[in-house]
Design a binder for this molecule. Structure first.
Ligand SMILES: Cc1cc2nc3c(=O)[nH]c(=O)nc-3n(C[C@H](O)[C@H](O)[C@H](O)COP(=O)(O)O)c2cc1C
Length: 158
């Protein structure tokens, strides 16, 4: 069974709520899913997953949360060899750099050699509305469809 990691940094629970909706959406597929806080991830085991989804809120002036920094720096050192990844998070439009930490993760993963899903999911505060929840589910399903397509392309070429 394919393995998925959903990991998140969440101070007041908004990003965690998004992660849970994503997890529930992915549970409809045959996947072995770990959904854990970013500080509890064993970075050396990251490449044992088929899919990695990273969630973060944004802090300071478009900064990473403090508790995501060690994970970020450790992953940056890895060779991710096309690992299928996606990034999501919660932010607040009253700050000039809305959900910038999501973009920081996305760029870093790209540089570390991951295959990064082009779409990011950025939710204002908590995913409270039906529309927010639907965006989370669509993101999860879109990511898997994309990853599946990438896998087929790869096996077709080789
Ligand atoms: C000091 C501080 C700085 C913040 N800076 C940003 C920011 O630069 N960009 C942004 O989109 N949100 C910013 N936020 C808003 C949080 O990212 C937002 O409240 C988010 O929903 C928190 O997610 P969490 O519940 O998962 O911790 C900031 C919040 C605080 C308290």
């Amino acid at each position: 069974m394919a393995k998925a990691l959903i990991t998140y940094a969440s101070m007041s629970g908004n990003t965690e709520d998004i992660a849970v909706i994503i997890r529930d959406a992915l549970q409809e597929y045959e996947l072995d899913i770990d959904c854990i806080e970013i500080e509890d991830v064993d970075v050396t085991a990251l490449t044992s997953y088929d899919y990695v989804l990273i969630g973060t809120y944004t802090w300071g002036d478009g900064d990473l949360p403090y508790e995501a920094e060690d994970f970020f720096e450790a992953v940056k050192q890895l060779q991710l060899n096309g690992l299928k990844t996606a990034c999501f998070g919660s932010g607040d439009y009253s700050y000039p750099k809305f959900c910038e930490a999501v973009n920081l993760f996305s760029s870093m993963l790209q540089e570390a050699g991951a295959a990064v899903y082009q779409e990011t999911l950025k939710i204002e505060l908590a995913p409270e509305t039906d529309e927010d929840a639907e965006s989370c589910r669509a993101f999860a399903k879109g990511f898997l469809a994309w990853a599946d397509y990438m896998n087929k392309e790869k096996s077709h070429v080789s």
